[in-house]
Design a protein around this ligand. Structure first.
Ligand SMILES: [Fe+2]
Length: 293
């Protein structure tokens, strides 16, 4: 039995002795590094007992508030920059392929399959935005049948998963690219929104003088056979908060201009009866090395 009592002895007993015999090398590496850094943090700040109790209470509250509609753990990961760090450390994609960014806590499975050019709106509100482009591989060859999973928040700042007053499928949809790799859908010009601030993450932001706002964006996750999937955003170039995103997710290549268009514009999409916007975003997918033909 270990009889460690001094701080460095406790750390040694946990990090080296307790996990040293773990037969799975990766599990051993993860648990040893996790406990080493956790003990290092506690030691560095000389964590007081009441602070430790508060931390446990915050974790318990995070679990309690999390359900299928509210993902407070993802919010912690996003707000502390861990999501973007994991993304940055992932296998590097070839130059020129579409950059990824956070998935965030508002993605939901089961979006409806919609046809080329259809609207994702199932409820009124918002300025129409025609979102279009082409899905290609890194050789710029079009990919037919690539799936674009899109979701965005409404003018009331809420995603459908947060808003009991709109249909579940509001501002969400699955689109499949044409033979020429083209996709298009009618969304709305996105609006900035604060990440949920009524839980422990929100209190952390307030206590540290950080704002909860995200710049306006549309989420798109693109999947195609034989290619690496990419989960990304289309950011509105005119949005506030592009330089201070609460979750650190802005990448310059993802910032696009929403072009104002008029009622008289011959390209006006069907169902649009006033002024509208258009934005082009092409997706370039990297080949999946082990499945390349
Ligand atoms: Fe979002």
């Amino acid at each position: 039995m270990n009889e460690a009592s001094r701080p460095e002895e406790i750390t040694e007993a946990v990090v080296v002795a307790s996990f040293g015999a773990c037969s799975d090398a990766r599990t051993r590496e993860l648990m040893q590094a996790l406990t080493k850094h956790l003990h290092g943090f506690v030691t560095e700040v000389r964590l007081a007992r009441d602070e430790w109790q508060r931390a446990i209470a915050i974790l318990a509250e995070t679990g309690g508030i999390t359900d299928e509609h509210r993902q407070e753990f993802v919010l912690w990961s996003d707000a502390l920059g861990v999501s973007m760090l994991v993304d940055a450390l992932a296998i590097e994609r070839p130059t020129g392929t579409t950059e990824s960014t956070v998935v965030g806590p508002f993605w939901a499975a089961g979006s409806p399959i919609r046809r080329f050019g259809n609207s994702i709106g199932e409820h009124s509100g918002g300025d129409p935005a025609w979102v279009f482009g082409r899905v290609t591989n890194e050789s710029r060859e079009p990919i037919a049948g690539a799936e674009s999973d899109v979701w965005q928040n409404g003018v009331n700042r809420l995603y459908a998963v947060q808003d009991p007053d709109v249909p579940e499928a509001h501002l969400r949809g699955l689109f499949h690219s044409t033979r020429d790799g083209e996709y298009a859908f009618l969304g709305i010009r996105p609006t900035p929104y604060p990440i949920p601030a009524d839980g422990p993450v929100g209190r952390m932001l307030a206590a540290t003088g950080r704002h909860p706002w995200r710049p306006a964006h549309i989420h798109v996750a693109v999947h195609a056979a034989g290619c690496e999937s990419v989960a990304t955003h289309i950011f509105d170039a005119d949005s506030a908060y592009l330089d201070s995103d609460a979750v650190f997710a802005v990448k310059p290549s993802l910032v696009k201009q929403f072009v104002p268009r008029t009622l008289e514009d011959p390209d006006r999409p069907s169902g649009v009866s006033g002024s509208w916007y258009s934005v082009q975003m092409d997706f370039v997918l990297a080949r999946q090395p082990d499945r390349a033909e």
